[in-house]
Design a protein around this ligand. Sequence first.
Ligand SMILES: Nc1ncnc2c1ncn2[C@@H]1O[C@H](COP(=O)(O)OP(=O)(O)OP(=O)(O)O)[C@@H](O)[C@H]1O
Length: 277
Amino acid sequence: MSDNDFNQYGRGLLGGISVVLDLRNVSLIREGNWILKNIDWKIEKGEHWVLLGLNGAGKTALLHMLYAFYFPTKGKVTVLNREFGKDPLGEKLRQKIGLVSSTLQNRIYDSDSAYQIVLSGGFASIGLYETPTDEMRAKAKQLLRDLGCFEYADRSYRTLSQGERQRVLIARSLMADPELLILDEPTNGLDFLARERLLESIEQVTLSPTAPTVIYVTHHVEEILPCFKKTLLLKEGEVFAADDTTKIITNQVLSDFFGLPVDVRWYTERPSLVKQR
Ligand SMILES: Nc1ncnc2c1ncn2[C@@H]1O[C@H](COP(=O)(O)OP(=O)(O)OP(=O)(O)O)[C@@H](O)[C@H]1O
């Protein structure tokens, strides 16, 4: 598949694929260290996944590979029907992978308004250098509304709170109709209320009929929303478990994963975790 296929067929062609992500026996060595070891991970279209791991587990390294910032030392990475690891990732394909991360946050220009930032997602640029079409403007406004950030659309990024910034960046990532949306610890630095409101918006995104496949990366079991039916536990660069969330988020699996006896409690389809006494 070439970049042109996207121009010609847009989402329609990708609509025909059933596997969004397929990692086969993927390993990564950086500066002589094994960062990822023998990762197998397959994501079917329509699934939403949580990637859960402690600090240093290799989550960011794994995401960097999905976005072709890192090439695997060993194994095969296929994202949206394109095997990579050798070829550079085409711009059109990159646009089909939305990424919201702290790295992106740091690159956004402080003086840009929320509206400009969302519009820039349509060009996959940091900053707005091209003239958006009327259609793009209408879409950006709708996304600002959908993500609950319309009221501060004209405010500059520097004046927005952390929660407001995350909403704007998610809206921005949806401008290009991504097939895969990666949310890397989006609730970092948020208080309880801001976190819950953001999670609500993320759930809404997954409920849309045109929703991208979402990978939600977190350290916290409490953030696993009911829409995330699948969970991958990453530990010391290896897949500890990957399966239905209800099979993974159990006392037994998590006690083994953390190396500490824990109790999982479910309330309104959300889990929480306490250390056993
Ligand atoms: N380019 C690199 N060179 C050497 N070591 C690296 C490199 N990138 C990551 N590492 C190491 O690989 C391990 C995994 O790092 P990574 O940032 O992927 O973890 P993480 O799960 O995202 O952690 P956190 O939750 O703390 O962000 C860490 O021990 C880190 O120091």
